[in-house]
Design a protein around this ligand. Structure first.
Ligand code: FES
Length: 87
């Protein structure tokens, strides 16, 4: 699904950026790297919610890996949850 129409940024693009980072991303990073919210700004709320959910999922998976799976060498499944956005 498209998050930012102005820059043609998809949810997948944001998730991929979070996955490829250390999880310490902020909205400024989305703007600098993907162009999110750099034009009209209408995507800012949705992008922020998606960023929070993606970083949260990444953190939860990291905890699962360190707690259970690191010893076995298994990779943790990535679980993405859609944030609820009140408009
Ligand atoms: S929709 Fe993202 S800047 Fe316009």
């Amino acid at each position: 699904m498209i998050v930012c129409i102005c820059k043609s940024v998809r949810e997948r693009d944001i998730r991929n950026l979070v996955d490829s980072s250390d999880g310490a991303l902020r909205m400024r990073d989305l703007r600098d790297r993907l162009g999110v919210s750099s034009e009209c700004g209408k995507c800012a709320r949705r992008a922020h919610c998606l960023l929070k959910a993606s970083v949260g999922a990444q953190t939860a998976n990291a905890h699962a890996v360190s707690g259970k799976r690191a010893a076995t060498g298994q990779s943790a499944p990535v679980v993405w949850s859609e944030p609820t956005v009140a408009l």
